[in-house]
Write a protein that binds this ligand. Structure first.
Ligand SMILES: *Cc1c(COP(=O)(O)O)cnc(C)c1O
Length: 350
């Protein structure tokens, strides 16, 4: 496979911005190179210095946790930043395309639209799995990226591993992006272990879900060191801020919190599902490998509004094709889930 042919030539040839901290890597010295305020920040913790542009300390920790090389990790301001950069490095505006399989995460299409890339849609099949014959029929030279989301948002199921592998084997003139934002809640192994076999594979993960760090904005892309080098070349120089770098280093040390969260949320998910099963307005609860469930309700629009009036905020998916009448519910604490159930019961008792 000629991986370079997938990348836009001006990106391959780009000379990246060289920041002051790229040019001097030492930690000791008199730093008069970056026009920072030497006096401090007016905060208890000083943030007057620019952070490490490559966030190597976080990558060193992540490489151990994720079993890969630190050169195979790109860090972004949320995984949404990686989605945008992947489109920008492969798609000629107005000419090239990405493939998405709805119902799925909305940012793939928004990011494609921002970059004037066409979003070719091949809906998931009746089991919310990849429709391989239709995907294969949609492959064209202009198609540069396949976005596959597993476990999928908003349906909660994982995609069949065999079908993803078949696509990786079959489709070689673009990148295959597997978005694993919810992988920590699933028993499915990550595709990171397949990176050595597929130079056109990119795996996305995030600290926003199981790690409980949505407010810090840290998303990850895992790929060959060649692709990661290109993403680093086109990212804004200091895209991971100093506060995030410090706090994420601490959080990655607290492995018990993540493990416990996954256990508690999966237990709460099962408890919520069995309670919902006893409510007659509940039509379908889709199996979930994530920290949310997609539920088809009777009178879903009215229920959704009723819940909002009672300060229970869920995500209406009723307008999405294949998700008619459904609401996506994030698993909360036990008492939050009880509040949800009480409101749903009150709605159907009216
Ligand atoms: C939440 C989510 C993300 C984005 O996460 P951030 O890192 O917070 O930007 C990516 N993909 C999917 C499918 C998600 O649900």
């Amino acid at each position: 496979m000629n991986i370079e042919s997938i990348i836009l030539p001006h990106i391959l040839g780009l000379k990246p911005y060289s920041s002051a901290r790229d040019e001097f890597k030492g930690k000791e010295g008199v730093f008069l190179d970056a026009n920072e305020n030497a006096l401090g920040s007016g905060l208890p913790t000083a943030y007057n210095r620019y952070p490490d542009p490559m966030a190597w300390e976080i990558k060193t920790q992540l490489a151990e946790i994720k079993h890969c090389q630190k050169e195979q990790i790109f860090l972004g301001n949320g995984s949404d930043e990686a989605i945008d950069l992947l489109i920008r490095m492969t798609c000629r505006p107005g000419q090239d395309a990405v493939l998405i399989c709805p119902p799925t995460y909305g940012m793939y299409e928004v990011s494609a639209n921002i970059n004037q890339a066409k979003a070719i849609t091949v809906p998931l099949d009746a089991n919310f799995d990849l429709d391989l014959p239709k995907i294969k029929a949609a492959l064209s030279p202009e198609l540069k990226l396949l976005f596959l989301c597993s476990p999928n948002n908003p349906t909660g199921n994982k995609l069949s591993r065999a079908r993803i592998v078949e696509l990786l084997d079959h489709y070689q003139h673009g990148l295959v992006v597997v978005d694993e934002a919810y992988i920590d809640f699933s028993d499915e192994p990550s595709f990171i272990s397949e990176l050595e076999h597929y130079p056109h594979l990119v795996v996305l993960q995030t600290l926003s879900k199981a790690y409980g760090l949505a407010g810090l904005r840290l998303g990850m892309a895992f790929a060959s060191s060649f692709l990661i080098g290109l993403l680093n070349k086109i990212k804004p120089p200091y895209n991971i801020n100093a506060a995030t770098q410090t706090l994420v280093q601490q959080a990655l040390g607290a492995k018990d919190f993540v493990k416990k969260s996954i256990e508690v949320l999966n237990t709460q998910k099962n408890a919520l599902i069995s309670e919902l099963n006893g409510i007659s307005g509940v039509k379908t609860i889709y199996p979930s490998h994530a920290n949310f469930i997609l539920v088809v309700f009777d009178r879903a629009d009215d229920l959704f509004d009723y819940l909002i009036q009672h300060q229970v905020i869920t995500r209406s998916r009723t307008k999405l094709s294949q998700c008619e009448g459904s609401i996506r519910i994030t698993i909360g604490t036990e008492s939050e889930n009880q509040a949800l159930l009480a409101s749903i019961n009150a709605f159907y008792a009216q």
